[in-house]
Design a protein around this ligand. Sequence first.
Ligand code: ME8
Length: 513
Amino acid sequence: MAEGARRIYLTTPIYYVNDRPHIGHAYTSLAADVLARWHRLDGHEVFFLTGTDEHGQKVEKAAQEAGMDPQAFTDQVSEHFRELARRMNFSNDDFIRTTEERHKRACTALWQELVRRGEIYLGHYEGWYAVRDEAFYGEDELVERDGRKYAPSGAPVEWVREPSYFFRLSAWGERLLKLYEENPDFVLPAGRRNEVISFVRAGLQDLSISRTSFRWGVPVPGDPGHVMYVWLDALTNYITAVGYPDTGAPRWRFWPADVHFVGKDILRFHAVYWPAFLMAAGLEPPRRVFAHGWWTNEGQKISKSLGNVIDPLALIETYGLDPVRFFLLREVPFGQDGDFSRRALIARLNNELANDLGNLAQRTLSLIQRHCDARLPERAPPTGSDRELLDAAAALPGRLRALLDRQAFHEALEQVWAVVRLCNAWIDREKPWALRRSDPARMAAVLRTLHDAMRVIATVLQPFMPDSMARMLDQLGVPPEARTLAALAAPLPGGLVLPPPAPLFRKIQDQPA
Ligand code: ME8
């Protein structure tokens, strides 16, 4: 690895294969993808993992409803998530399925290690369970509606009574609190951290980690009448993929994970249970869990019964992939809830992509084509006004590095757009087209300054919009090997022949229904 390079491990949740992917799944994976691409651009070695969660009662039920054998069913639905990853241009290095042999092996080994360390005991579970959430709930957490009890998520609950293995979670409260205290950014955003701390402070109960009432899961070693609780199975995927239990495997060097990206619905599993399981097995906990917010659709909760599920593939079809990728991370501060609206997407596409960025490139590059013989002008000694623009652009990589280290995608994009707007204001002020006759040398210098600023913009935007920014960099004449952050230090040679520009983004004219 190059000097200063780090190993970075990023994950998405593994998605249940009870249903097709929707915008929420695309969103979490997109955030992880952008960060993975960013770190690669910055010279780091990245391992980016996504996959599918295929065991448990919920999936078994969905298979039964589809009249299919659970393995055949999960094979089919899991493929939709792979397809989503391809169509969204996700750069995941692996795609894990919990029905794979390597994963069963890891779950078995982790279980045995927990047994060896006295962290698991056999008991009896009696209490409420919500299949939709695959979660146990205490009586005091439930809400009653029309004489029926529901989980706080709105999922129906059922009374479960069965023999069960337990994990001694109650013994890990202090260690967890110490973990949060020593690592203030372990849970982000900060508001969610407090939520986790209060939950742990209120006292933890031992956790039921096996079920006997159905079969679709990893069998408990030595007691095959039990299958492992689907969340113990699912969380283990993050270490399976890096080779567990073979801690000598090359990928094991990526552990602990740098960021587990999750939705706020599954924060407790990742920020409480998971680090407890790991510490109990003598393994390091992850470095961070980032819980993002929830999307609604035009103001309404997204649900199958309301028939308003947003299909990411249909969105890409209508608006193009990169505008969708851009919109999702630009529109809503990462960590907060957001509302999906077509009107807002179209506004971002037309104003920020087509006008602000697309026109800037088109204007500058057309002037170079026409008035500089399609050749990149030499750098001239910068004037004060050039300096202002060049400095703002040059500051972007450092600013973005700091913001993306906190997963502040929206702020990163805002910083880039501040420079895009500055370029537009600058070109209007400097009027290179008017200098053609009066001062051609200054015209060339102005165009070169804009070109240099745009190169930085296109370079740092690659993780967000890989295809469009590859096209922009082609038009700017930046060779493929000169598209990293480090390569920005070397200016392009003057005289470089630039290809004729073409529009980067197309405006959408039609009004949404
Ligand atoms: O929970 N807005 O899988 P899952 C934003 N298998 N994000 C959303 C969303 C919405 N409306 N709806 C879903 C599981 N998500 C488990 C995970 S991990 C070891 C096991 C995203 O298919 C968000 O990331 O129910 C949420 O956490 C995830 O999808 C839930 O996916």
